[in-house]
Design a protein. Structure first.
Length: 241
């Protein structure tokens, strides 16, 4: 395994563990050099199928066969899949989150999606809650498709959501002003803190549909837009050409 989190540097995992054990949690604080401090409501990480977004519900309904739930967190998507009569394997880099998932009855392991020692084949890979973020940055997208190639059965699909951050760059005339000399505008860097637990900074990718389509074709994949949300979010289905 690689890139799994130490408990002492895992604020989200600690928040998930606290909420599961105590029914409440403190503030899960999110920091970025590009935005003001934010907060993730930990309770929302434990929502059930009826409380999920349209994008999540659609993805879970479409998921078939042997399903891999990537970055599964508290296991809410895998539990919803189980309620729908479907089987899934959940992975996360947080040992605390995986411990919670196992106690909730989810088949889960502490695994980095990008670790080449992680093997298996799946009919559906789900990456939800801005699941494309796990790619990290544009420079890692080739590695992402290489891993998908290894893990996806023939005829299998990836169901993944993302958001287009172009609205942050809209000018008064309704156009968009980007720094063409800088990094791709959807590449973000974050860190989290929970109580006295400070996490390491990490990259997170919000990729727009056109850019995702370009790279999908480059690496031999079809991309189908399944749903657009109200806040520049969208769900796609990736499959081999």
């Amino acid at each position: 395994m690689k890139n799994v989190l130490d408990d002492c540097k895992d604020p989200m995992g600690a928040a998930i563990y606290d909420y599961y054990k105590n029914g409440k949690a403190g503030k899960l604080r999110v920091f970025s050099p590009d935005f003001d401090e934010d907060e993730i409501p930990v309770k929302e990480l434990f929502r059930d199928f009826g409380q999920m977004s349209q994008i999540e519900q659609l993805a879970l309904r479409r998921a078939q066969g042997q399903i891999l739930d990537v970055g599964a967190g508290s296991g809410c998507h895998s539990l919803a899949l189980k309620e729908l009569g479907k089987n899934s394997k959940a992975i996360d880099i947080s040992g605390l989150a995986v411990e919670v998932m196992r106690q909730r009855g989810v088949d889960a392991s502490v695994t980095d999606f990008f670790d080449p020692s992680f093997t298996g084949t799946f009919d559906t890979i789900i990456m939800l809650m801005n699941g494309a973020g796990i790619i990290g940055n544009i420079g890692n997208i080739g590695n992402f498709f290489e891993r998908v190639d290894k893990l996806l059965n023939d005829g299998g699909v990836v169901l993944m959501d993302s958001s287009d951050l172009k609205y942050l760059y809209e000018d008064e005339q309704g156009g968009y002003v980007f720094n063409l000399a800088g990094d791709y505008y959807g590449q973000m860097k974050y860190s989290m803190k929970y109580k006295n637990i400070q996490g390491e900074p990490f990259d997170w990718l919000y990729i727009d549909f056109d850019t995702l389509s370009y790279y999908s074709r480059k690496y031999g994949y079809n991309v189908v837009l399944l749903h657009e949300g109200e806040h520049y979010d969208f769900l796609v289905e990736l499959s081999r050409i």
